[in-house]
Write a protein that binds this ligand. Sequence first.
Ligand code: AMP
Ligand code: MG
Length: 331
Amino acid sequence: MKTEVLKGKKAIDKGAELINRGEIVAFPTETVYGLGANAFNEEAVKKIFQAKGRPSDNPLIVHIADKKDIYKVAENVSAVAQKLIEAFMPGPITIVLPKRKEIGNTVTAGLNTVGVRCPENRVARAFIKKCGVPIAAPSANASTRISPTKAEYVLEDMDGKIPLIIDGGMSKVGIESTVVSVTDDIPIILRPGYVTSKMIAKVTGVCKNFSGEIIKSAPAPGMKYKHYAPVKETVTAVREKLEETYLLNVNKNPVLLVSNKTADIIKKNNPKFNIIKLGKSGIKIASRIFSEMRKAEKIYDFIIIEYFGEEGIYKSISNRTVKSAGGKIIK
Ligand code: AMP
Ligand code: MG
């Protein structure tokens, strides 16, 4: 096979035509050159693995021309993912999300997730747009060779193996994209890149870096202070530990701040316990928690607040109560 190297509109038109015929084409991006195929065409995608000599368990990144096209390849774009998309797309970041069924197993190496990237490079986007389909592409080097940042380096590895290289000059960023998984609440950096853990944490509040270390952004103003703390010693405890905590501190003039339901149960077994009822529902408890803490500190000397967990509104309540207990939860 003869490998052509072309520039400009002619290159993009020819490239799109080849892609739509199920062929593979090398194209420039701001990170490194990619070797692309129609991401919806498994037979075409297999040609990438052949040309590169790439092991089939190494997934490809799916490239889109516009960030809104992410919904064509990914399911469940979480709130955290949205933030990253807004902040860094188009650009040198690959976001790993649950895949749509239209993306085949060859692309993702059998994973149920897909890495999606929207390049910033003008030629890359014009090419993908012209193709009219998402483009699955790894770097355009032969497997185990250095990623190519110029058309001539692609030619060194791919001459005779692919029909076309679109020449868009030198890749600006020069290293591969940052790969970040957002299938969880906390983004995890799977491959470091131009977009750093600090930059990501600034947008999402927290992320895990490549070595598993937790990176936090500078806390929001006020977060480092122990707000809302009653003047009396305060702890939080899970439902099962409330009575025990009370009994261990019975000589300190303690009180329990608990949901109505918990109050009824504890009262039955321990009619002498000091108990303040916070309310029936999360909404009620949220509206009363501060006022009841204020009341409690005037009468009692040791405040035990029920820990309500992290679901929905209870997460917001726990954020305040655990903070007033100096971060402690008795479990
Ligand atoms: P390359 O473009 O040659 O750097 O290869 C793409 C790389 O993206 C892979 O080697 C993986 O590190 C990463 N990647 C792509 N898809 C996924 C995915 N679904 N889960 C985790 N990593 C991925
Ligand atoms: Mg590579």
